[in-house]
Design a protein. Structure first.
Length: 98
């Protein structure tokens, strides 16, 4: 297996010599970089403004589900009526007419 440190140092020497060839004064974002940055900033501003408009239009009141209301009413009705066994044991059951 080859030694990785030797190949890494060889690669670094090539990169360092390439970096010395590049003139630091000429490597700038320039006008094109400013235009791209300004366009991105305008796009973000427009998206945030649009999102704000859409969020203001949203109605956050929750409409109750009619099926859930019916289920709740049925549960309340069942709980309000005593069980037949409980009613007979307490003496409150219906008496037979006869």
């Amino acid at each position: 297996m080859p030694d990785m440190s030797a190949s890494a140092s060889l690669a670094m020497t090539h990169l360092v010599t390439f970096a010395k060839e590049v003139d630091e004064d000429k490597v700038t974002p320039g006008v094109l970089g400013f235009i791209v940055f300004a366009a991105m900033a305008l796009a973000v501003w427009a998206l945030m403004k649009s999102m704000s408009r859409h969020m203001n239009r949203v109605d956050f009141t929750q409409v109750p589900d009619p099926k859930a209301e019916q289920a709740e009413q049925a549960e309340q009705a069942e709980q309000a009526e005593p069980e037949p066994a409980d009613a007979e044991a307490s003496g409150q059951g219906k008496q037979k007419q006869g």
